[in-house]
Design a protein around this ligand. Structure first.
Ligand code: ATP
Ligand code: MG
Length: 141
């Protein structure tokens, strides 16, 4: 897909959905000129969360991470913008909300390293894989 490099994959994680912050985050996404190509509310099973975070399977926090990600609904999104992968990670801020820059989503909405409000793909290759994990081609508008 030619425009794939302008796509990234994002999640509004269970902590932010639970706290009623997903509307605020979606507004910030729109205000930052991302085009929302696909979006849905899902509640991942443990197995689905483990599949999504498979690269972290050997990490000590894998159990905590997949328990959290399957604990409540989250919002999954395909986002389009020029240089989308970096643009979305810049808007999210550092993984640890305490270290995230002012004005980033994790600074504003993240509570801890484990519950940090949002996810974003770390490369164009992974964006394509992650979009494909949650969306069919027909779901991209
Ligand atoms: P994400 O992949 O969620 O966008 P990231 O790319 O900034 O975040 P990763 O290193 O890929 O960070 O870690 C994935 C997720 O695992 C983090 O967002 C965080 O929620 C969790 N995590 C990372 N390190 C730790 C840790 N030391 N303890 C607990 N949770 C962690
Ligand atoms: Mg990551």
């Amino acid at each position: 897909m030619a425009e794939q490099s302008n796509l990234t994959f994002g999640i509004i994680k269970p902590d932010a959905v639970r706290a009623g912050k997903f509307g605020n985050i979606i507004q910030r996404i729109v205000d930052n000129d991302f085009k929302i190509r696909a979006m849905k509310l899902i509640h991942m099973t443990r197995e689905e969360a483990e599949g999504f975070y498979d690269v972290h399977r050997e990490r000590p926090f894998f159990g905590e991470l997949t328990t959290f990600m399957s604990s409540a609904p989250c919002v999954v999104m395909a986002l389009e913008k020029k240089g989308a992968v970096k643009a979305w990670r810049d808007l999210m801020g550092a993984t640890d909300p305490a270290k995230a820059d002012a004005g980033t989503l994790r600074k504003e909405f993240g509570g801890s390293l484990g519950e940090n409000a949002v996810h974003g793909s770390d490369s164009e290759e992974n964006a394509e894989i992650e979009i494909g994990y949650f969306f069919s081609k027909l779901e991209l508008v």
